[in-house]
Design a protein around this ligand. Structure first.
Ligand code: KIV
Length: 262
């Protein structure tokens, strides 16, 4: 089922209404205009320009080297490809952690320069004050809790969270603090299924899961994972197409046509 009238761009409030109506929200993290256009044509109207672009598009090992300018450029491309989608720009490492003022300045660039509709930042209780300042200034905020890729250097890797009572309590506090700050939705990344279900149930805003089980109010996936062109595809991603093989077949045919002057 398509979620909406393709010609009307949804607002942040619409996503909260979809949760109330029990409409599940499919979302994609993607980086370019043509792919964004395909997504909207298929009824996917909540698009994230994730800082995962560091690994998927720019060849970095993690998201740490991604700069504000990198996401700005890709967010503007996604905007041009998908005028009727709600486009969220992921705030890169150290563009919002320094101070709420710095976060406001940088968020403004996404809304004013790239035409984004909102921003995403990683963190729960620790980021609630910054999220509240942004929302208070009129910036729609998507939260992100659980596995936080921007913490990879301090955490020493990526792992599923929320497996014990202490972690569950902390995650619930994180989720609540971001909701109380006024965020319109929240990403739950790699949270143990039952914990994610409890968090989703306890919030009024939609919880969009990735690697967090089926009970969330929606799901988000990284486009290169579901198309089969990522170097590393996480366990939680279903690959709907083996695009890497198709691209290689096409390139080989092209190279041999050139070689044979045909
Ligand atoms: O950067 C990204 O693509 C993300 C999603 C995985 C939620 O943060």
């Amino acid at each position: 089922m398509k979620n909406n009238d393709k010609n009307r761009k949804p607002t942040a409030i619409d996503f909260i209404a979809r949760k109330k109506q029990g409409i599940k929200i499919p979302s994609l993290s993607l980086y370019d205009a043509p792919t964004a256009k395909f997504a909207v044509e298929c009824g996917i109207d909540l698009l994230l320009v994730g800082d995962s672009l560091g690994m998927t598009m720019l060849g970095y090992e993690n998201t740490i080297p991604v700069r504000l300018e990198d996401v700005l450029m890709h967010a503007a491309a996604v905007r041009r490809g998908a005028e009727s989608a709600f486009v969220v720009a992921d705030m890169p490492f150290m563009t919002y952690q320094i101070s709420p003022e710095k976060a406001m300045e940088n968020a403004a660039r996404f809304l004013q320069t790239a035409g984004s509709d909102g921003v995403k930042l990683e963190g729960g209780v620790k980021m609630a004050k910054t999220a509240a300042r942004l929302v208070g200034a009129g910036v729609p905020v998507m939260g992100h809790i659980g596995l936080l890729p921007q913490n990879v250097l301090t955490e020493g890797g990526y792992r599923k969270v929320g497996k014990n009572q202490d972690e569950r309590r902390c995650l619930l506090d994180d989720a609540k603090s971001i909701e109380d700050a006024g965020a319109f939705c929240i990403i739950l990344e790699c949270i143990e299924d039952e914990t994610a279900a409890i968090i989703s149930e306890s919030l009024n805003i939609p919880a969009i899961g990735i690697g967090s089980g089926k009970s969330c109010d929606g799901q988000i996936q990284v486009v290169t994972d579901i198309l089969g062109i990522s170097d590393f595809i996480p366990k939680h991603a279903k690959t709907y197409l083996n695009l890497a093989d198709e691209i290689k077949k096409a390139f080989s045919r092209y190279a041999s046509d050139v070689a044979s002057s045909s």
